[in-house]
Design a binder for this molecule. Structure first.
Ligand code: GFB
Length: 417
């Protein structure tokens, strides 16, 4: 989709001067900032997906004006259960910001505050679905400002400003707020934003925006730019070396420092261990047919370990310790390990960091088995695709009880370089 910065009238023939356009370019030369937030219950790995939709969009917008995406600090997510304080965490704790910035102009909110001070956001749009999104049975991109479907979480105060959650920053407010029914992809929102001259705008419920395109080269560039922070990578490297006898050289998973230099190919071997992502807790009642009992997990692991002639299994899991121990004793003739963060480490990298270290370890395994429809597993699969594993070693899921070990396996989303 093509769009024009600020005004349809901007398209002029080469050599012609359009005064409207000159006026606009003066305005758009000043930096513009897009803030966003996501539906509070959403988990970490869906939020990463929302980021990608907006990163592709801001990259497009920044071709025409000085747009920046301000990354929402991580709140204490529902799945982060330990008692360490984990509010307003910067993206730099989990991701390598320089890598992200090599794809699109993004910055942590903390950086924005340091550079520009805490102030008021000019406009908040709460995105919402049209009540009749698919009524006509066909996909039609549209948007309209109108009545809010639900009571907005922003309150008009006596001073005429809107207060709200704003990632827990009490002195941040908004001058205007509106509900925007939206049905469409990222560039549609880009067009909408570029048609106004607002410099600081926030979209709440950004998950409503769809990917501009899913699985193409640009999608995978955005995905590849999501390198984890060096600190987390180092922790995974150490664990792989010390516990799993795994290193990038031996595993054929050496990658260029800069994701833009990656070339693709399928030569990765992986360390001498199997990794299973065993999603439990809310999946037990959310997907009871697909999530196997512990004896069944052990049985499925035994089958694969024997077939692969491996003796070591790494378990990434949100399960309580006693469930992990149950698997360990059911597979007492194998080495069954998991990553245990010390108290100090937990304080340093938080629950989100521990989960990422586990994801990195899994992405380097010789063989990976995930949990059906878990975005945590999807992100590991993507990481393995980027590193160049053979799809058979990556796109595997545990099967629910009663399926006799054969069930629907994950779709193969192959990386495009
Ligand atoms: O990542 P996520 O969106 O994946 O949410 P799903 C699951 C969260 O649970 C992770 C923790 O971000 C971690 O904080 N978690 C899950 C784990 N598996 C592991 C693991 O192996 N190790 C560690 N350390 N932590 C969706 C949620 O989860 O499931 C939705 O996003 C909803 O909000 C739905 O709850 C049912 O796609 O697995």
């Amino acid at each position: 989709m093509e769009f024009c910065e600020s005004s349809e009238f901007c398209s002029v023939n080469p050599g012609e001067v359009n005064n409207d356009c000159l006026e606009t370019s003066k305005i758009t030369a000043r930096p513009r900032f897009l803030f966003y937030d996501v539906n509070p219950p959403e988990g970490f790995n869906l939020r990463r997906d929302v980021y990608m939709r907006l990163a592709v969009m801001i990259r497009k917008l920044s071709e025409k004006a000085d747009w920046h995406l301000v990354l929402p600090p991580w709140p204490k997510l529902y799945h982060w259960r330990s008692r360490v304080s984990q509010e307003r965490l910067p993206w730099s704790l989990f991701f390598d910001l320089e890598s992200l910035q090599a794809f699109a102009p993004v910055m942590d909110l903390q950086q924005y505050i340091t550079e520009y001070g805490v102030s008021s956001i000019e406009q908040v749009y709460i995105l919402q679905h049209f009540k009749d999104d698919w009524a006509a049975g066909r996909f039609e991109e549209k948007q309209s400002i109108g009545i809010c479907n639900e009571t907005p979480p922003y309150v008009l105060e006596e001073d005429g400003r809107f207060s709200g959650y704003f990632w827990g920053f009490k002195n941040l407010t908004a001058s205007n707020m509106a509900c925007l029914s939206f049905h469409g992809r990222a560039f549609q929102l880009a067009k909408f934003l570029s048609e106004s001259q607002i410099r600081t705008v926030m979209v709440d419920h950004a998950e409503v925006v769809l990917h501009e395109s899913y699985g193409d080269k640009e999608y995978w560039q955005a995905r590849r730019s999501m390198r984890f922070s060096k600190k987390l990578v180092e922790k995974a490297v150490k664990f792989r070396q010390q516990v799993l006898n795994s290193s990038d050289e031996a595993d054929k998973t050496v990658r260029p420092e800069d994701w833009r230099k990656e070339k693709g190919g399928r030569t990765a071997l992986g360390g001498p261990y199997l990794c299973v992502h065993m999603r439990r807790r809310d999946f037990l009642w959310g997907r009871p047919k697909e999530v196997p009992s512990l004896p069944s997990v052990a049985q499925q692991l035994r089958y694969h370990l024997s077939k692969l002639q491996l003796n070591v299994v790494f378990i990434a899991t949100d399960a309580p310790d006693k469930e992990f121990q149950e698997i360990q004793s059911a597979l007492s003739d194998y080495t069954v390990v998991k990553y245990i963060a010390s108290e100090d480490e937990l304080l340093e990298i938080k629950d989100g960091g521990v989960a990422i270290v586990e994801q990195i370890i899994c992405s380097h395994a010789r063989f990976f088995i995930g949990t059906y429809e878990s975005t945590f597993s999807f992100r590991i699969q993507e990481e393995r695709e980027i590193m160049g594993f053979k799809p058979d070693t990556t796109f595997n899921s545990l099967c629910g009880d009663g399926s006799n070990g054969s069930c629907k396996q994950p779709s193969r989303w192959l990386a495009v370089f």
